[in-house]
Design a protein around this ligand. Structure first.
Ligand code: HGY
Ligand code: MN
Ligand code: MN
Length: 426
């Protein structure tokens, strides 16, 4: 473990070393990264993060939903906190910065402020959320929804690939399902939430910028779509076929076309075919759909058109379609006040008070901030990532950009503390 020298602020190099250390806690072999909620890997990285939080001067605890938390008191004990954080879980075959960079940036900034002996008009809390991606149980933002007090008991029966329920996974992790509401915080606990995250898109790189301000986060809905036909011999004549995979394929391409025309993003990332044999017509095809847009109303209107499209394709082909929504998160808008302090932070980091206003951009990727927005104002700092690549082992950032992000995030926290309610970035 990197044991920082308290006499000097945690550097970008040290933060990147910690990203590498966390990446080694994976359920996949050969250097691939997967770390899911309530897994042994989750427990291991919580312990590492807790140690780094303590090195930064924070008191630490794991909350009732398995989120790793830390707190540094402000000028007087018990003040509401500025919450900083992101997530430590990953998708399968992930990169090593999505979420992780945000948690480590938050810890490093608290360490810097603590080392400077600054006492702020609010406490600082850092949270490492345990399940932003929803990789294991299909429903995302479980950790941040527990903190926001929006946990749903219906989730206890969600199962993972092995058939383990969320309830049983909680117990195996050492948590008490009946106590999950103890993780819920209130609006009075916080003065706001700030998250640093890689952009997971190409805009900053295309504008040759290391950092940007998130204006809002697109709201996503996820579905499991099952198309049923009739399995049969691959020699069956065209007149007698009810091919579920052909129907699903036509639907997937039609959904893509509809989403493009509606300025939305639709992704089918999972497809299963039954009985899945080279000389058998597919009797059943199950696929996922992740649908997101800047505005919920546009997304929801498009979803109604997609449902009609599915019915039309299936009735033409003599197929049946069933739809099950597995996740829904409303779009979240970053507050003027916190967009202002992020802008101040970026200007301070690149010492460009008279330069162009920092770039504001929409996040098509979802974030824990969407869930925390239920409790308090949110603000996000974006960091350039090479080619906009994410959810892939090639995900990468540069040390200078991480150094800028550390300086900007620290300056944003201090700008909030100084009470500057800066003008919104132009
Ligand atoms: O799905 C998302 O947008 C996020 O990366 N979990
Ligand atoms: Mn992600
Ligand atoms: Mn993320």
């Amino acid at each position: 473990m990197t044991t920082p020298d308290p006499s000097k602020p945690l550097t970008a190099a040290a933060v990147l070393e910690r990203c590498d250390e966390l990446a080694s806690h994976s359920s996949l072999p050969d250097g691939l990264i997967e770390r899911v909620y309530l897994s042994p890997e989750h427990a291991a990285v919580n312990a590492l993060a807790a140690g780094w939080m303590r090195d930064a001067g924070m008191a630490t605890w794991q909350d009732a939903a398995g989120n790793q938390c830390g707190r540094l008191e402000g000028a007087t004990p018990g003040l509401p906190a500025l919450l900083l954080g992101s997530h430590l879980d990953t998708v399968p075959s992930a990169g090593r910065y999505d979420g992780i960079l945000g948690v480590l940036t938050a810890i490093a900034v608290v360490e810097r402020i603590n080392a400077d002996g600054r006492s702020l008009p609010f406490a600082l809390e850092v949270v490492a959320f345990g399940d932003e991606e929803g990789t294991r149980f299909g429903t995302a933002l479980l950790g941040s929804r527990a903190l926001a007090g929006t946990w749903l008991d219906a989730w206890w029966e969600l199962t993972d690939e092995a058939g383990t329920t969320l309830h049983d996974a909680f117990v195996a992790f050492g948590l008490d399902p009946a106590a999950v509401t103890a993780a819920a915080r209130t609006s009075n606990d916080f003065v706001g939430y700030l998250e640093t995250h890689i952009e997971q898109g190409p805009v900053l790189e295309e504008n040759d910028l290391p950092l940007g301000i998130v204006s809002s986060i697109a709201g996503a809905r996820r579905f499991q779509i099952t198309i049923t036909g009739k399995a049969g011999h691959s020699g069956t004549p065209w007149t007698h076929r009810r091919d579920a995979l052909a129907g699903a394929s036509e639907a997937i391409v039609a959904i893509e076309r509809l989403a493009r025309d509606a300025d939305l993003i639709a992704t089918v990332g999972h497809l299963e075919v039954f009985p899945d044999a080279v000389n058998v017509i597919a009797g059943r095809a199950e696929f996922s759909l992740d649908l997101r847009g800047r505005f919920d109303a546009d997304r929801d209107a498009a979803w109604q058109r997609i449902e009609a499209l599915l019915e039309e394709i299936c009735s033409t082909r003599g197929l049946h379609v069933a739809v099950h929504q597995t996740h829904a998160a409303p779009a979240a808008h970053c507050s003027d006040r916190l967009r202002g302090v992020i802008a101040a932070g970026i200007r301070a980091a690149d010492r460009s008070d008279d330069g162009p206003a920092p770039l504001e951009l929409l996040s098509m990727a979802g974030h824990d901030a969407m869930a925390v927005a239920h409790l308090t104002e949110i603000g996000m700092l974006f960091v350039r990532c090479a080619g906009g690549v994410s959810h892939h082992p090639d995900e990468s950032v540069t040390e200078p950009d991480v150094a800028s992000a550390l300086d900007a995030f620290e300056a944003a926290v201090l700008a909030l503390a100084d009470g500057h309610t800066l003008q919104d970035p132009a």
